[in-house]
Ligand binder design. Structure first.
Ligand SMILES: Cc1ncc(COP(=O)(O)O)c(C=O)c1O
Length: 432
């Protein structure tokens, strides 16, 4: 074995003395901490890292329970891909992935969209991304200049609003009811904004099992919203992240399936159907918009191992996976809503009746502030995300008395126990 001093040659005596005096690699050098104070970029923000702590009853998360993930199936599908053609798998791993991501998963995704969502695109019109969060960010960058007005549901997924704000969007909330965006109110809002010289640039919608409110937009409303968007020349950024998690009622046609003009940008994900840790989402849009969105992509397409596992697993197991997984979601949702009925039924609170997805939206009576007690309630055992976090316009005006409760993560039993404790804690803190 060669020594660190280049083979058997020793360093000259003066260097030997110096190296002896130097600290050994790995031992601490006692110097003042280097200061970056004057070096940070103007745009950098000192953002705390997520502590990753779970409450005893964690309704604050946004993903299904680990034990429901199809680990064996994903591993088997990787193994079968290796067994059937290891040279091909090696080639897929040896090179940087294509900018659009693995071809086989794009082919599968195109088939899935045709079968499940009723619209046809070629595999080359689909870009796989590092989760759908990346897809949303790329499209947002391609469409947004600082100061642009963008419309989003009045309570909406904060990952998207964070990206919109990061790229300078001025987000305004669209009025909603239990059926999602209200078309007439949208039309009035856009007309009023345009009259005030604030024509919106595009709208962002989560039409199936909305995050956080759990609502689904009917086909009729979708058609009406499309007509309004055509009238005002506004693209629709459709986020179909939760569409596979339906356990009740009928799936509604995608905006993209109702309109082939290019006005709809369609984004979806394998995170909620399979596992967020796989980091695989995708989008499809009109060709130039796709190219412009992809111009913001740093590096190549997403992880090929994950793509191989997902494609093999879903090609053979999509329906059985949903048949196993969605009834469990339903049972979890039912146990949470039954417990809400039991413990919040006479409090004046209301809650949504989801047909799928992961969330129940709880609204306490006007004047009840469950946003300010969130941290204490978390410490005492129940996690939730307060409505203020989802306000599209971040006004802090409308979300104090509401919360998103994720029913997908805890067990059926823990959902019931956690809601009982939540009622007790709300009473203790004077919120109920
Ligand atoms: C509505 C919605 N869109 C997109 C995402 C991003 O998910 P991912 O990047 O894991 O695909 C989430 C995650 O919670 C979400 O709720």
């Amino acid at each position: 074995m060669q020594s660190a001093q280049c083979g058997s040659k020793l360093a000259p005596p003066d260097l030997q003395d110096m190296t002896a005096a130097m600290p050994r690699l790995g031992s601490a050098i006692m110097v003042d901490t280097f200061s970056y104070e004057t070096l940070y970029s103007e745009k950098s923000v000192d953002t705390p890292l997520n502590p990753g702590v779970h409450a005893k009853y964690d309704f604050a998360v946004a993903y299904p329970a680990p034990e429901t993930l199809p680990l064996d199936g994903l591993i088997q599908s990787l193994q079968s891909a290796v067994d059937s053609d290891s040279t091909k798998v090696l080639a897929e791993l040896a090179y940087y992935p294509h900018q659009l991501g693995a071809l086989e998963l794009r082919e599968y995704t195109a088939q899935k969209l045709a079968t499940d969502r009723g619209f046809t695109v070629t595999p080359d019109e689909i870009a796989l991304t590092n989760g759908s969060g990346e897809a949303l960010g790329l499209v947002i960058q391609a469409l947004t200049n600082p100061g642009d007005v963008v419309l989003a549901e009045e309570f909406v997924y904060m990952g998207t609003t964070a990206q919109l704000r990061r790229f300078g969007a001025d987000i305004r909330g669209m009025a909603m009811d239990e059926g999602g965006i209200i078309p007439e109110a949208l039309d009035t809002q856009i007309t009023a904004l345009a009259a005030a010289g604030e024509k919106p640039k595009y709208i962002y919608v989560i039409p199936e099992h909305q995050n956080p409110m759990g609502s689904t937009v009917s086909a009729e409303r979708r058609k009406a919203i499309l007509a309004i968007c055509h009238k005002h020349g506004l693209p629709i950024l459709e986020d179909d992240c939760y569409v596979d998690l339906r356990f009740k009622g009928d799936v509604q046609p995608a905006f993209r399936a109702l309109d082939d003009s290019g006005i709809v940008v369609y984004v979806a994900s394998y995170s909620k159907l399979l596992a967020p840790g796989l980091r695989l989402g995708y989008f499809t849009a009109s060709p130039e918009l796709m190219r412009r969105a992809l111009s913001f992509k740093l590096g190549s397409g997403p992880n090929q191992f994950a793509a191989i596992a997902i494609e093999g697993y879903l090609r053979n197991n999509l329906e059985s996976h949903k048949d196993n997984f969605n009834p469990l979601l339903k049972a979890k949702c039912n146990s949470m809503t039954a417990a809400l009925e039991e413990h919040f039924g006479s409090s004046g609170a209301t809650w949504s009746a989801p047909e799928g997805g992961c969330y129940v939206w709880l609204t306490m009576p006007e004047g009840s502030d469950i946003a300010s007690i969130r941290d204490e309630v978390f410490e005492q055992g129940v996690g939730y995300v307060a409505g203020t976090n989802f306000e599209a316009d971040a006004s802090g005006r409308i979300g104090h008395n509401s919360a998103r409760l994720c029913f997908a993560f805890e067990s059926v039993e823990k959902n019931a126990e956690g809601i009982a404790l939540l009622a007790q804690l709300f009473k203790q803190h004077g919120a109920m």
